[in-house]
Design a protein around this ligand. Structure first.
Ligand code: ZN
Length: 128
């Protein structure tokens, strides 16, 4: 899981966007760059355009992929958030390298996780 230190850094740097966020951050470091880049991009859009305040409300792993709940912003923000979520479909949650959605049963049921082959195997072996 992402360390509380990293989460604290995100809140400190992006308080403007995260002040309403109830958190979760129940995923590993591999997706941290996705979140960091998203927050930076949102900050840049807010500096350039006078748009409705964006509030990230929740950032969590759900069904093996990244789920970001937010309010406000504009269509550019919406596109960025959806893009960040889509990046998690193909990025290993552990290391950030190319990953795929796996399930412990191999049938799309059970525990879902997006990982590279190496980390998926380690994850599966821990479940046995
Ligand atoms: Zn990996």
């Amino acid at each position: 899981m992402i360390s509380t230190l990293e989460i604290d850094k995100l809140y400190e740097r992006h308080f403007f966007i995260l002040e309403c966020c109830i958190g979760y951050f129940n995923f590993d470091d591999g997706w941290l760059p996705i979140i960091k880049d998203l927050l930076e991009a949102i900050e840049i859009i807010h500096k350039k355009k006078n748009i409705e305040q964006t509030n990230i409300l929740k950032v969590e792993k759900k069904y093996g992929i990244l789920y970001i709940e937010y309010s406000g912003g504009n269509s550019n923000i919406s596109n960025l958030v959806r893009f960040a979520e889509r990046l998690s479909y193909t990025s290993c949650e552990k290391c950030g390298r190319k990953g795929f959605l796996h399930s412990t049963t191999g049938t799309g049921l059970g525990d879902l996780y997006t990982m590279c082959d190496k980390h998926a195997l380690e994850h599966l072996l821990r479940k046995i």
